[in-house]
Design a protein around this ligand. Structure first.
Ligand code: SF4
Length: 407
């Protein structure tokens, strides 16, 4: 969207106060995201009322899903658009703008990393999820376009490309009936020029095992997978329509670890799904303790309109959900601390991301931006943001490492 607008002579204002047009790209995934989106729209509506804003545009998933309701409730908004409505947005902002003009991608992330979407939409039937309603059926993005976008990002200075999709593992199925993520990763590794390529959001059921040798053997593919498992109890997984059991999940994790022994595994879990009993939750705790995943994120269940699970209601109280979330994260803190302490004395390659008055902060290939651990490095020489250094870990906390740069 930003690439189209900038190519059409629009200019990004340095602050909201100096902008005459504001485009809010919303999320409508779960309650917390909807609340954040709505609060942002309401704040912008106040600016519109005060006259400091000429045009207010709302786009993205929330307005795809609730455009009518939002239009009635917040009349200050001039235009509501759904997902991928780039052409309509451009036309609405100025009839002179040309949709055909597309510039380089404009990054909203720091210049050394970028997210790269390889497909849109999802064909999975997860009972709790509204994404297929908002994003539609799965569509793979053309491989040549992905490669060219990756090369263009690298030309702009991007060192790390983070591959995203609703489900990375489905790549290719809509094109030729086959999962072709391994082929895409191989070509990206050969031709993109990126120093790091990272895989996020890999669905566990029917996981394409042929990506594992590619991850293991390619130096510029991070030894890392983010695989949202959502739960461990077979009963809850069945209720969630995830197409996998606890046993099959364990077999998959064993197979991944035996193929790529030092892989960092990240996962996310939902607590408080309507059929989750105390015993199911204890089983999840036991699974997390047994599996010792490198990173986990935990969400409380959010009942979403028109999903399969909607009719089950939301019988587990918010307090109990929060309690389960904290118990699981407290357990993971212990696991994460132990795993981090085991790294003391080792040498790691660090991508430098921030400079805090001479103390630098970065990440290793085992950590994704924004959601995973950080590493704080000490050095006697100035470092450049976006550069790589080798560093020896001398201490660790629950979620951070501390290291000295090898000079
Ligand atoms: S795979 Fe992910 S995006 Fe697709 S339905 Fe399941 S949770 Fe939603």
């Amino acid at each position: 969207m930003a690439g189209h607008l900038l190519a059409n002579s629009m200019v990004v204002a340095p602050s909201i106060e100096e902008a005459d047009t504001l485009i809010i790209n919303t999320c409508g995934f779960i309650d917390a995201a909807k609340e954040e989106s709505i609060n942002t729209i309401l704040e912008a509506a106040e600016l519109k009322k005060s006259g400091s804003l000429t045009t207010l545009v709302v786009a993205g998933c929330l307005s795809e899903r609730y455009a009518d309701e939002l239009r009635n409730e917040i009349p200050e908004v001039d235009h509501f658009f759904g997902t991928e409505a780039y052409e309509s947005i451009i036309k609405a902002l100025s009839p002179d703008l040309k949709y055909a003009l597309l510039g380089e991608r404009t990054l909203s992330t720091p210049s050394h990393y970028a997210y790269l979407k390889i497909s849109e939409g999802c064909d999975r039937p997860c009972s709790f999820c509204a994404i297929p309603i908002m994003r539609g059926k799965h569509r793979s993005i053309d491989k040549a376009r992905i490669i060219s976008e990756a090369q263009s990002l690298v030309r702009q200075g991007v060192k790390e490309i983070v591959l995203v999709a609703q489900d990375l593992t489905y790549y290719g199925i809509d094109v030729n009936g086959e999962r072709t993520l391994a082929d895409l990763l191989t070509t990206l590794s050969d031709e993109s020029g990126a120093e790091w390529i990272r895989c996020m959001y890999a669905y566990p059921s029917k996981f394409p095992m042929d990506i594992l040798p590619v991850i293991r053997d390619r130096k510029n593919i991070c030894t890392y997978i983010d695989m949202p498992l959502q739960h461990a109890s077979t009963e809850v997984l069945k209720g969630m329509r995830r197409g996998i059991t606890r046993r099959r999940t364990e077999e998959l994790l064993d197979a991944i670890r035996s193929e790529v022994p030092n892989i960092a595994l990240r996962s996310t879990f939902i607590v408080g799904y309507p059929n989750e009993t105390e015993a199911d939750f204890e089983e999840l705790m036991e699974f997390v303790e047994q599996q010792r995943l490198d990173r986990i994120g935990v969400f409380t269940y959010s009942q979403e309109d028109n999903t399969y699970a909607d009719i089950l209601g939301d019988p587990i109280s918010a307090e109990l959900k929060q309690e389960r979330l904290h118990r699981l994260m407290d357990l993971q803190k212990i696991i994460s601390h132990e795993k981090n302490m085991a790294k003391v004395g080792s040498t790691v390659r660090v991508l430098i991301e921030e400079n805090h008055n001479g103390e630098y902060q970065g990440r290793t290939e085992f950590d994704a931006p924004e959601v995973d651990n950080e590493i704080f490095v000490r050095t006697t020489k100035p470092l450049t943001i976006g550069s790589f250094v080798d560093a020896v870990v001398y201490d660790a906390s629950e979620f951070d490492l501390f290291a000295n740069v090898v000079e």
